[in-house]
Design a protein around this ligand. Structure first.
Ligand SMILES: [Zn+2]
Length: 416
């Protein structure tokens, strides 16, 4: 059957392109000989594919190294300006839009507070579109060079086939986010859970580099996790796996959680819950800004603050012990703005609590670390969604958009 043969050959070529592109992207600069050794592809195949990637402008030469007695070997790396990636973090109090070059160097950034309407869907969509316009204008890049826009959301993302989001804690029920954004932009959109996107970024570029099995714990106002099994986020049947914040840590008389249930981990270690307890003690002294308030709680020498900190370390340690017992990861990486503050100040106490609740054997094999990509890691993670698609496809991207069409016609009405 000629059709099937053609498809198989095409798939094989794409697989080879993808394998080589990944090695150049993650391990470059590399010579053609290095690439052959690392992928197991023949010198001829490497040479053909590299010629295609150079021709496409995706890969560029980066000097040369001497080889023993032979001709110098040309080194290859990905071309940072081949195209641009946008990462959007639909956060708890703001929408953050960042534009990166292909090597994830940030070129522009827009921070759009959500205001009193909270996560009103229309307000979120407007901010994403406005942020897109801002970063593309500021970075002075051609809209046709945008490879894709990744959006990280605090909810469960289903694809049927367009992305629909359920975010129980922010009041989103079957929100057709992709089609709503589509009314304002025709750029390629990739929507995923924020914790999952963060997990991919930490595994590729952060504390998880080189790990196959890891858990990335995201702690902000809310609490989530990305469980990476053999290098891939585990999603489960409903795509919602990793809702660690809503695992029960207190059965009788548990605190009320934002999800409507009681006794969830999030109601004990999430920043919103923590600060509520802190305000019960300290009242109006606690600043309204959550980050400043949490930093204050961590530095507060009072007994009340000490007690709250001890409780957080215990509950967080118990939650981490559950992850260790369930998944036996090589690493648990603690991220999110509150996770960075808590981990930075209390990691030894948190580790001690985890050691108390976890089984000794898996605990001994697991290291606890802090996220290395900083408080804006979800936006970086979101940008890895179009990057992953580019690498998987071996560099085949959507046809470029018409270059001279005015920006405001490409990105919705909020542009004016
Ligand atoms: Zn809950």
């Amino acid at each position: 059957m000629p059709d099937r043969t053609r498809r198989t050959v095409r798939d094989l070529r794409r697989g080879n392109r993808s394998a080589l592109l990944r090695r150049i992207y993650f391990d470059g600069p590399l010579s053609r000989q290095d690439l052959s050794a690392r992928t197991g592809l023949s010198a001829a195949s490497v040479s053909n594919v590299v010629a295609e990637l150079l021709e496409a402008g995706l890969v560029t030469e980066a000097g040369s190294v001497d080889s023993d007695g032979g001709r110098p070997r040309i080194l290859l790396k990905t071309a940072p300006e081949f195209g641009y990636l946008v990462g959007v973090d639909v956060g708890e109090t703001r929408v953050l839009v960042e534009l990166f070059d292909l090597e994830l160097v940030q070129r522009a950034r827009a921070d759009l507070p959500l205001g009193d309407g909270g996560h009103d869907v229309k307000a979120v969509v407007e901010r994403i579109l406005a942020g897109l316009l801002t970063v593309i204008t500021e970075a002075q890049v051609d809209i046709g060079d945008i490879i894709g826009v990744g959006v990280g959301v605090p909810g469960i993302v289903g694809h049927s086939p367009e992305a629909v989001v359920d975010g129980q804690t922010i009041g989103w029920e079957a929100v057709p986010l992709e089609s709503m954004l589509r009314e304002g932009t025709d750029l390629p959109l990739l929507i995923d859970n924020g914790a999952t996107a963060l997990g991919q970024a930490e595994l590729w570029f952060g504390a998880g580099r080189g790990c196959r099995n890891a858990v990335v714990a995201l702690i902000g106002s809310g609490v989530g996790a990305c469980v990476l099994i053999d290098g891939v986020p585990y999603r489960g049947a409903a795509g919602s796996a990793g809702e660690w914040g809503h695992t029960t840590v207190q059965v009788a008389g548990g605190e009320l959680c934002r999800c409507g249930s009681r006794g969830c981990l999030e109601a004990y270690v999430g920043a919103a819950a923590l600060l509520e307890r802190y305000r019960d003690f300290r009242g109006a002294v606690v600043p309204a800004d959550q980050e400043t308030a949490l930093a204050g709680l961590l530095a507060d020498p009072s007994l009340a603050a000490e007690e709250i900190r001890g409780e957080v370390a215990t509950y967080l340690g118990a939650g981490l012990a559950d992850l260790i017992n369930l998944f036996s990861p090589e690493k648990i990486i603690i991220g999110g703005w509150a996770g960075l503050l808590l981990g930075g100040r209390m990691l030894p106490a948190i580790k001690a609590a985890a050691a108390q609740y976890a089984l000794r054997h898996p605990f001994a094999q697991t290291s606890l670390e802090i996220c290395r990509l900083g408080p804006e890691a979800v936006a970086v993670g979101a940008a890895t969604l179009p990057l992953a698609r580019l690498l998987d496809s071996g560099g085949a991207v959507d046809p470029p958009a018409p270059a001279h069409e005015p920006l405001h016609r490409r990105i919705g009405a909020t542009a004016e």
